[in-house]
Write a protein that binds this ligand. Structure first.
Ligand code: CO
Length: 134
């Protein structure tokens, strides 16, 4: 059911530094920062020929990234995002298979302006999974 890998998200302690690493050292194209208060993050996207890397920096008091950075001060892989055609059908399939959908289970608008859901890492091989309807 899942389609393409949309992006891999890496949490960083400092978005400017992360941007410089990807833009200057690795020579990739990096977008302008975008604040997403609803998700408690500021993001930039690194555009690669076959996928994207999303760099995440904590935004606000109760950012989900803050605790992650506390445990991983240098940053680290935070989630992977897979594309789906129909996010409600995908959600119902996850629930029918006993997987946990985070939050209230209703899709939110993600960084690309499209509906997203997050799935519990303990149900997916220890990895936080984002589903994005494309
Ligand atoms: Co993401």
């Amino acid at each position: 059911m899942i389609g393409k890998l949309n992006h891999v998200a890496i949490a960083v302690p400092d978005l400017q530094q992360g941007t410089a690493i990807y833009r200057d050292t690795l020579g990739a194209r990096v977008s302008q920062p975008q604040a997403l208060p609803e998700h408690g993050v500021t993001v930039v996207f690194v555009e690669l020929p076959n996928t994207k890397i999303e760099l995440l920096e904590a935004l606000g008091e109760k950012s989900p990234i803050a605790a992650f950075i506390e445990k991983n001060p240098a940053g680290g892989i935070h989630h992977v995002c897979y594309e789906v055609d129909d996010i409600m059908a995908a959600r119902d399939r996850m629930i029918a298979n006993g997987a946990r959908v985070l939050g209230d289970g209703e899709p939110k608008t993600g960084a690309h302006g499209k509906p997203v859901l997050f799935l519990h890492p303990k149900d997916f091989c220890g990895t936080l999974v984002e589903l994005e309807q494309v």
